[in-house]
Design a binder for this molecule. Structure first.
Ligand SMILES: [Zn+2]
Length: 248
């Protein structure tokens, strides 16, 4: 996968980094990332990945823009109320970088369609807002052997984890939430700047994993407290009884 003169100029500030270089930039171009959720987390993830030159980007979201989304979803404007988020987010990414092949899937991902929607990608970033979706996505990633970056933000708290086969996201949350598809955000609230922080961190994890920068973060959960301004990270143990990954 080679880079044109125009791409070399565009990604110059990446390529000059010894950790990235031309080799890393070509890895980004060769990557295919599925982003679930063009919400608060997705609004930071999508510009970061498109700007970084990830070769293929699939944006999956079945929602339409509501005015109450705008405090944390800068991909959209006031005139977008009622329009499909996946399509608008894809248009944003295309405007930002024409070297990225962007596909929009304006449908809600669930256990019935997750494997079909995610197959063929090299990495998945889940910024969805409910446990039922996150667990369905995690199961599909285990089944397809895809690395998953799971990111969530609520009130002033955020968490981002990278899961690769075992432990999986289900090892972390268990089986109690498979039927929980409520949007907690609308009940509990979330600070807009927090979702952007968590989304940017998720994009950083994904980019470093694709390029191969730093220590492998698989099985590690990073927790951010937006009131105390502190990050901490914990290691997630594999659950030997996990119904998703214990037989993987
Ligand atoms: Zn598991």
């Amino acid at each position: 996968m080679s880079l044109s003169d125009e791409e070399l100029e565009r990604y110059a500030r990446h390529i000059v980094l010894p950790q990235v270089g031309g080799v890393g930039q070509r890895k980004l171009k060769g990557a295919s990332v599925a982003v679930i959720g063009a919400g608060g987390v997705g609004s930071a993830v999508i510009p970061a990945l498109a700007g970084a030159g990830v070769g293929k980007l699939t944006i999956i979201d079945g929602d339409v823009v509501e005015i109450a989304n705008l405090h944390r979803q800068p991909l959209f404007g006031e005139a977008d109320e009622g329009k499909a988020k996946a399509q608008l987010a894809a248009e944003f990414a295309k405007r930002l970088n024409r070297f990225v092949a962007v596909t929009s899937k304006p449908e809600r991902i669930d256990s019935a369609n997750a494997e079909r929607l995610l197959a063929g990608h090299s990495l998945v970033i889940d910024g969805s807002d409910n446990f039922a979706t996150r667990l369905a996505v995690s199961n599909a990633c285990v089944g397809l052997g895809l690395p998953l970056v799971a990111a969530a933000a609520i009130q002033f708290q955020g968490q981002v984890g990278m899961f690769r086969a075992k432990p999986c996201y289900r090892c972390f949350v268990g089986d109690a939430f498979d039927a929980d598809d409520c949007d907690n955000c609308s009940e509990l609230g979330v600070l807009g700047a927090l979702t952007a922080t968590i989304g940017s961190f998720a994009a950083l994890l994904a980019i470093n994993a694709i390029v191969g920068i730093g220590e492998d973060q698989s099985g590690r959960l990073h927790l951010f407290d937006g009131e105390k301004f502190s990050w901490r990270s914990i290691r997630i143990p594999a659950d030997p009884a996990c119904k998703a990954c214990s037989s993987a």
